[in-house]
Design a protein around this ligand. Structure first.
Ligand code: EZ4
Ligand code: CO
Length: 401
């Protein structure tokens, strides 16, 4: 069997997605996600201009060799654009392998490790009452794990709340969320979780995303004050370019720590894992080099008691979600999966076998990844330029969004 070609499809059913479709001489094809929020066309070009010509004539069964070829063969290593492109190819090849063998991809990864993939939904309120109400509603819908975010009084636009944005794309210049105040946030967050716990008790997992806003000392302070509310995790407390900075947080709190939705490879988190500075790696199948590389991160992490909790916001396409669920069902230390809801239009463009029931996601039993792209429908949604928001502090300096 040979790869005859591959096509990059960019579609925007509410937000932009980059999909790679790899075709073979036997008519079987595979799909992969290469979406990089706000930088979609860079991946589309990297794929179409540089990667696709390297695929033609190769045997689609040689997934590891293709991965190494694209990684080492580029000479330039890592980076979000390159790794998302490699991920798109990798997912498509796993999809093809499953279809050829007539079995779901999870079966090729060792089979089922669990009955379903625990997932968490998003509660996002303007007030604490509003947030509590949303947590209760999600629990009613069957969620066993819920991320709670809430507007901090005095900060009008902030990440993860109805007034700010979760994974938004705005046309033209980046939307500025200004007036960030760490002090206001730190005073507010423990109160939020005290009130949420009071209302829902302890039979549901609660998570929170600080979205890279704190210093290590501030994160330690917050983690300590959240301990009694028993969070499943505190996410992205500080940016993780400097892996050793997590030592400071770890010395001050036992609140479980998750980080790394922006990671591209094991090299971004090897120290965090080896020194047991975190509990969960957030690396995702699309941004960390596909199923092949994400599995290596998970296997490396396993002896260090580090598990994965993959990024799964709505900007990761339903193709990514399918790949993440095959990975998650099979991989022993895949603890939880983020489940950001896609729009109806998006779900129509990407017919899928995966489903949600009773707090768990399941990849389904279709051969391969069990996900497809409806190209004629996709063609109706033209690419729209979109940027992620930018965060500025009270004094006007640019912060981490
Ligand atoms: O900011 O998906 O945990 N989820 C997140 C997301 C990310 C966006 C970035 O594209 O932090 O909302
Ligand atoms: Co996050």
């Amino acid at each position: 069997m040979r790869i005859t070609g591959a096509r990059v499809v960019v579609t925007s059913p509410g937000r932009n997605f980059v999909t790679l479709k790899v075709e073979t001489d036997e008519g079987v094809y595979g799909v992969g996600d290469g979406t990089l929020n706000g930088r979609e066309l860079a991946v589309a070009s990297y794929l179409a201009d540089h990667v696709v010509p390297m695929l033609e004539g190769r045997d689609p069964a040689d997934i590891e060799d293709t991965w190494q070829l694209l990684y080492k063969g580029a000479y330039w290593r890592r980076g979000p654009v390159t790794m998302a492109a490699i991920a798109a190819v990798d997912m498509a090849l796993w999809d093809i392998k499953g279809k050829v063998l007539g079995t779901p991809v999870y079966n090729l990864l060792g089979g089922r490790s669990r009955k379903g993939v625990l997932c968490y939904g998003h509660a996002s309120g303007r007030t604490i009452e509003d947030t509590v109400e949303q947590v209760l509603r999600l629990r009613e819908e069957g969620y066993r794990a819920i991320r709670a975010q809430c507007v901090v009084p005095g900060i009008d636009n902030m990440y993860g709340t109805p007034r700010g944005d979760v994974s938004g794309q705005r046309p033209d210049l980046p939307f500025v969320e200004d007036g960030w105040s760490t002090e206001k946030y730190l005073r507010f967050a423990p109160e939020l979780f005290a009130r949420v716990r009071e209302a829902v008790g302890f039979d549901v997992h609660l998570l929170h995303d600080a979205h890279h806003r704190l210093t290590p000392a501030e994160a330690g302070w917050l983690g300590k004050r959240l301990e009694d509310h028993q969070l499943f995790w505190l996410e992205d407390a500080v940016p993780a370019e400097l892996q050793e900075s997590f030592r400071v947080i770890r010395q001050h709190t036992t609140t479980p720590l998750a980080v790394g939705e922006v990671f591209n490879s094991l090299y971004d988190c090897h120290q965090l894992i080896r020194e047991q500075l975190i509990d969960y790696v957030r690396a995702s199948v699309v941004h960390a080099g596909g199923i092949t590389h994400l599995r290596k991160i998970a296997h490396f992490a396993e002896p260090y008691h580090v598990r994965t909790g993959c990024h799964g916001a709505a900007d990761l396409s339903p193709v990514s979600m399918a790949a993440a669920l095959h990975y998650g069902l099979a991989t022993h230390n895949a603890a939880i999966q983020e489940y950001g809801h896609h729009s109806e239009e998006t779900l129509e463009v990407f017919p899928h076998a995966w489903s949600f029931a009773d707090g768990y996601l399941h990849p389904g039993e279709a051969p391969g990844l069990g996900v497809d792209i409806d190209e004629s429908l996709a063609a109706k949604y033209e690419y729209q330029r979109g940027y992620l928001p930018v965060s500025r502090r009270e004094d006007g300096t640019v912060g981490s969004w």
